[in-house]
Design a binder for this molecule. Sequence first.
Ligand SMILES: *Cc1c(COP(=O)(O)O)cnc(C)c1O
Ligand code: SF4
Length: 419
Amino acid sequence: MNYIAYNATNYKQIEYIKDLPSQVKEEIDIVARVLPFKTNNYVVDYLIDWENYKTDPVYILTFPNKNMLPAEAYSKVEQAVKSGLSEDQIQKLVNGIRLGLNPHPANQLTNIPKLDGVPLPGVQHKYQDIVLFFPTQGQTCHANCTFCFRWPQFVKDLDLQFAMKEIDDMIEYIRRDDRIHEILFTGGDPMIMSPDTIQRFMDRIFEANIPHLSTIRFGSKSLTFWPFTFLPEFSDEAQKMLDMFKSITDNGLHVSFMAHFNHWQEMDNAVVQQAVQNIRDAGVTIRTQSPVLKNINADGKTWAKIWEMQVKLGMIPYYMFVERETGPFEYFGLPLAEVYDIYSEAVRLSSSFAKTVTGPSMSASPGKVQILGIVEDPISGKKYFNLQFARHRDNQKTFKPFLVEYNENASWYDELVTE
Ligand SMILES: *Cc1c(COP(=O)(O)O)cnc(C)c1O
Ligand code: SF4
């Protein structure tokens, strides 16, 4: 079989999509004007059950549908397209709708550090021990999650010269701060970069030989969207990618691959399982994370099965997130109380090694807020959420449980606490 990544412009070549009812195709086209749509034939051929596509978790994860947009926004775009407005006019309308979807939640843009007074635009330093690096070439993705909030930062122009300066500045920044132990490569998806590019980044890090650096982390959804990245039988590039991982451990650093899996169906075939094995064989620890998403994974049994499969495949369940208030939040979001129920049911259904999960956790602007429980004062009968910062930008505030008034309908931290 020949594997070709299809993108938003030619996805209609995929057989299954050709066969979808015209009404569904029309809805995809309209919603895709607002929420970027991109998929590929691995996702389509291996992951989606087309007999039941309407409720299929991977279909919902990757294919836009009408309910993901506010009804009013949907009909505006529909009208604009049908009445033959110019592309410019449609684009203007779409940009307005996108802004209304809160594309930059939790002040992502505020943690940019400076080197000698000059901001490092591809870098974030929020927690003292870890620096996030957004390499320019990694600011896109193999396919698209319909809940993605990162697409506003996706870029198209790749400039290697610029990228090497980016990494050199970041390395210098890290060298000067011995509290930093870790670099997290993120995106988009950094695994979309060629292994040569990543290897060049790594070689610069090895040359710098920073004694306080211990870990390189990659956050990626490539195991779901394009596991061939790690199968040498399909490309020489894959072998280079695995060698790149190995070079990191050979240089005495820990490598953690944060695999984003939203449903067990993404791990349920031989291609992804071989990819997992190959990555582990290269000395990498795979940890996993996902938000709880209504219409995809919103029940304890599904999560228990996700964790059980990950443990069996040698991966470490790491984070359960609360869906952010961005993009199609109405479609995917849930009240915190329900998310906590799902988490606790999942843990009860799971065996020992699914208990390594930190969750449910909200990435809010002061830090990552974990819901530890819902407790009732035995005297007054009043209910509270027991929260703690698993991460706080002010390290002194980390890991100190506190109570806030229970609110059945709250779905984000700012509805519980005024910052
Ligand atoms: C989540 C996050 C990290 C990593 O946190 P861990 O607790 O180490 O997983 C680092 N920086 C930012 C800005 C984050 O949001
Ligand atoms: S894998 Fe990550 S970056 Fe890519 S579409 Fe999904 S959420 Fe966005």
